[in-house]
Ligand binder design. Structure first.
Ligand code: NG1
Ligand code: ZN
Length: 550
């Protein structure tokens, strides 16, 4: 009961703002930073309980609002595996975030602790929570609120890991719980070592040796640009020029970053006609998204870009992985490997056609990485990407140990230099390079760059893998976005009644028409996506569907 008294006392420090209604959503809680202290404090409590429930495993808390505006902030929880908080706990997160008084909060916690059989206080080891934040100015005070939340559960420790990208925190939490070295230094070291390894495995192709050209990086004026700058020193075979690091007065996510470039299809600030034809990459505000782009040579002053989005990155990765697996599959005793890719309804139809034509198993998941991650984990190697550039490649533990054993066997039997050994070694290096916890723009950039060097492609050549169908994404502000309810793959609206029929009859008017609506999980809007054979058609289709939503 001392516990209850201290909980009541600390929660009185964080009254919930009038009328605040939050939902854990696609990516944790988000909103105006000024309104979030009570939420973050309460998520601090939740994360300590989560750690206790899982035998004092380390839990991560990331304070960020990703690509949203700088005055917003948010909080998401990393489970011990480095993945998102188990969806089973989301309802509890919603309940406590919305509890209207300290008494209600305490009684919800009591009830939950009892139901989950969590014991507080008498463990030999208490809860451990690692806290990270992006560069938002509101991050520091929110971090303090999280610390107080964690600290209000007896015997718990909160450790401030500092300013990090979201994927860095997830990586560190995962490494810590696996008993591996888990500092930021180790993260960088892991990236540079596996990158080096893949570079060393590039086939030497005589006279047409690929010339390494410079990559221009847009850091979204956020944490990603700063971290990639830190990493640069330990990378060879990569020429980087980093812009929009936030140090030169630019505002986080304003006219810059992966979300802006992907949605608007125009160059970010700091880029222009001087960069025509150059290979460019754009990160989002917390560096868990990555897109590439270039300015076409026939560009005039309004600087539209050729966008290489998450779908195209996915296609490049799939191509490379498949090539390595094919080398293995030639092996007589070779085991059937299962490579699968996961997309969402936002994936460009042309990318899906391309992937299927490569002979790949393509499955669809709901928007939000937790859903994609889950499906990708079912394959031996599962590649998932959202069109907006969030994605990664997952290797099943059992498959990875098979690869590692194979690598050793080949060396032991004198086949160390064989094509097969190289292919196995590449796959193992990819599994080390690419973040196994969440999508990570830093590891993504390194993998794209090394694959392009490996196959000797320019960004233009890569872009030609397939041609995107013209598409348009818009959002509609509505009084209540929960009025829209969709099927599990989000491609059809079940509610409001009759709206899907109306959407279908719009779609029918267009060649290669496709459109859907869904409520955003991170903003108070309903999103509309449309695709058709011409840009005008995609635009009109999107707007007429938006009319139906209003
Ligand atoms: P919502 O607001 O639920 O559409 C957006 C993105 C998601 C995901 C989350 C988290 C689109 C259409 N949606 O979710 O893919 O990245 O933010 O950041 O891009
Ligand atoms: Zn992000």
């Amino acid at each position: 009961e001392i516990q209850i008294a201290s909980l009541l006392k600390s929660s009185e420090l964080f009254p919930i703002p009038q009328g605040l209604k939050l939902s854990y959503g696609t990516a944790g809680f988000r909103g105006d930073a000024k309104l979030l202290e009570s939420t973050v404090y309460r998520v601090g409590i939740l994360s300590a309980l989560r750690s206790l429930k899982l035998g004092s495993a380390t839990i991560g808390l990331m304070i960020t609002a990703s690509h949203n505006k700088v005055s917003d902030n948010g909080i998401k929880v990393s489970d011990p595996s480095g993945g998102m908080l188990s969806q089973e706990w989301e309802p509890f997160a919603d309940q406590i975030a919305n509890a209207s008084s300290p008494e209600e909060l305490v009684s919800l916690i009591r009830e939950f602790v009892k139901k989950e059989g969590i014991t507080i206080g008498d463990n030999k080891k208490g809860a451990e929570v690692w806290l990270g934040r992006d560069t938002r100015p509101s991050g520091e005070s929110l971090l303090r609120a999280a610390e107080i939340g964690v600290g209000s559960i007896l015997g718990s420790v909160a450790i401030d890991i500092g300013i990090l990208t979201t994927p860095q925190l997830h990586w560190m939490v995962r490494a810590k719980n696996k008993g591996l070295k888990a500092t930021e230094y180790d993260y960088f070291e892991n990236l540079s070592t596996s990158f080096r390894c893949l570079i060393d495995l590039i086939p030497i192709s005589g006279n047409n040796k690929f010339e390494i050209s410079k990559l221009l990086v847009d850091g979204a004026n956020g944490v990603g640009g700063q971290k990639i700058e830190e990493l640069r020193g330990s990378l060879s075979n990569l020429d980087l020029e980093i812009r929009n690091t936030g140090r030169d007065g630019g505002v986080l996510n304003e006219g810059v970053g992966a979300d802006f470039v992907q949605k608007e299809k125009v160059v970010p600030l700091g880029f222009g006609l001087k960069d025509v034809g150059m290979r460019c990459a754009s990160l989002d505000g917390d560096a868990d998204r990555l897109v590439y782009f270039y300015i076409p040579s026939d560009s005039t002053s309004d600087v539209k870009v050729e966008l290489l989005d998450g779908d195209k990155i996915l296609s490049l990765f799939a191509l490379f992985i498949k090539e390595q697996l094919n080398i293995l599959d030639d092996d007589k005793e070779g085991k059937q490997s299962r490579l699968g890719v996961v997309q969402t309804a936002y994936a460009n139809g042309a990318s899906t056609d391309y992937l299927k034509q490569l002979g790949l198993d393509v499955v669809f998941a709901k928007t939000g990485v937790k859903h994609l991650h889950e499906k990708a984990a079912e394959f031996d190697i599962g590649i998932y990407f959202e069109a907006n550039g969030h994605g990664t490649i997952l290797f099943k533990e059992s498959f990875l140990s098979w690869l590692v054993t194979k690598q050793k066997d080949l060396t032991a039997t004198g086949h160390g230099g064989s094509e097969e050994h190289k292919a196995v070694s590449r796959l193992v290096a990819v599994s080390n390079l690419i973040n196994q916890a969440v999508g990570d723009a830093l590891s993504g950039v390194l993998l794209v760059e090394v694959i392009l060097q490996h196959i000797g492609w320019s960004i233009q050549k890569w872009n030609e893998l397939y041609k995107d169908l013209p598409s348009r994404q818009i959002q509609v502000e509505v009084p209540d976005r929960t009025a829209v309810v969709t099927t599990s793959e989000e491609t059809e609206a079940l509610k409001p009644l009759g709206i899907q029929d109306a959407i279908n009859s719009e779609i029918k008017k267009y060649q290669r028409g496709r459109a859907f609506i869904r409520p955003s999980g991170t903003e108070d809007v309903v999103r509309v996506y449309a695709e058709a054979s011409t840009q005008e058609a995609a635009d009109t289709l999107a707007h007429s569907v938006a009319q139906l939503v209003k």
